[in-house]
Design a protein around this ligand. Structure first.
Ligand SMILES: Cc1cc2nc3c(=O)[nH]c(=O)nc-3n(C[C@H](O)[C@H](O)[C@H](O)COP(=O)(O)OP(=O)(O)OC[C@H]3O[C@@H](n4cnc5c(N)ncnc54)[C@H](O)[C@@H]3O)c2cc1C
Length: 292
């Protein structure tokens, strides 16, 4: 690993000033579980690393004005420990519970996962079905960006070189069922081969999102429109799962063949639909029940 200058600002203002000064030569640091691996491999070679973990203003996790707000410094473990996340965003809670292992989750963050922007990101499917909005800030101002407009490609996002993601917000909804299903090669420290989130509300509005099966997460809008207003049956779930496959463009890589990803997405969407309807109506299956 090359030498670099290490900064640990105590305030957001100081962190943004440093980023404004060093631009693309500086990288923000949260848990470091992606950044340090990239630096070790020489994929990212920053002159400056700006550690954000000392900034108290980035540690919020709260419900405010109809949204759940999650600050940049909140770790996966803090999300798992939060009753608010468990109750209000169960698909994100289930995803958090499946990231890596306890040791990684204790330092790694949701926001680091989003900023790293690999196709297999665990946060992708849960944030897409809940229409999350990310907060970007620089010395010259703030803006909010819908998660669906945030990713522009593999490890590419709309973040400008002087901007920081300070957090994100997710709309609060009532009377719904939601589920996240991860396909990995084994339990523990493995990235997703595919990740699927499914949502339904009392009016039979359905949302389906998939990650690790295209260069960015996707919403299966054709399948959602097909199901809109209908009470789910086995055959409707099977038809919707088939339609959902039109939204994905998986590749073959070391973790899975393209064909296996397609085959399993069909099963995951169908089981996800059945499970989220059942969860809304009966509270079962319990969170973290294995569905594949
Ligand atoms: C053993 C192991 C297992 C893993 N398993 C999984 C898994 O199961 N699922 C999964 O999705 N991921 C997994 N990962 C990847 C990683 O742990 C996650 O992506 C994690 O959430 C990254 O968060 P972090 O806080 O460590 O980010 P960091 O490494 O600190 O940062 C990630 C990137 O985002 C940039 N960045 C950080 N903060 C900001 C900010 N506020 N604004 C703008 N840019 C910023 C950094 O400069 C860096 O480029 C694994 C990693 C390891 C090492």
């Amino acid at each position: 690993m090359e030498n670099f200058k290490y900064l640990k600002p105590a305030t957001l203002e100081d962190a943004l000033s440093s980023k404004s000064e060093y631009g693309s030569k500086a990288n923000f640091l949260l848990g470091g579980t992606d950044l340090f691996i990239a630096m070790d491999k020489g994929v990212i070679v920053p002159d400056v690393v700006i550690d954000l973990k000392g900034i108290k203003a980035l540690s919020y996790l709260e419900e405010k004005d109809g949204f759940i707000h999650i600050g940049a410094a909140v770790t996966w473990t803090e999300l798992i420990d939060s009753e608010l996340i468990k109750k209000s965003i169960p698909s994100l809670w289930e995803a958090a519970d499946l990231v890596a292992s306890v040791g990684v989750r204790n330092s790694a963050t949701l926001i680091g996962n989003v900023c790293n922007a690999v196709p297999s990101l665990e946060a992708g499917a849960p944030l897409y079905i809940r229409d999350a909005v990310v907060f970007l800030e620089s010395k010259s101002g703030k803006r909010e960006v819908s998660i669906k407009d945030f990713f522009t490609g593999v490890k590419r996002t709309v973040i400008k070189e002087d901007e920081m993601m300070t957090g994100l917000k997710i709309p609060v909804v009532q009377d719904f069922g939601e589920v996240y299903i991860k396909m990995g090669r084994y339990e523990g420290e493995d990235l997703s081969q595919a990740g699927v989130s499914v949502f339904v509300d009392k009016n039979n509005n359905y949302r389906i999102s998939l990650a690790a099966v295209a260069i960015t997460p996707v919403r299966a809008t054709k399948a959602e429109e097909f199901l809109k207003g209908k009470k789910l049956t086995d055959s409707l779930a099977a038809e919707a799962a088939e339609l959902a496959l039109e939204a994905i463009a998986p590749i073959s890589d070391i973790r899975s063949s393209k064909e296996y990803r397609i085959h399993m997405c069909r099963i995951m969407v169908k089981r996800g639909l059945t499970a989220c309807v059942s969860r809304m109506e009966t509270g079962s299956p319990a969170l973290s029940t294995r569905l594949i």
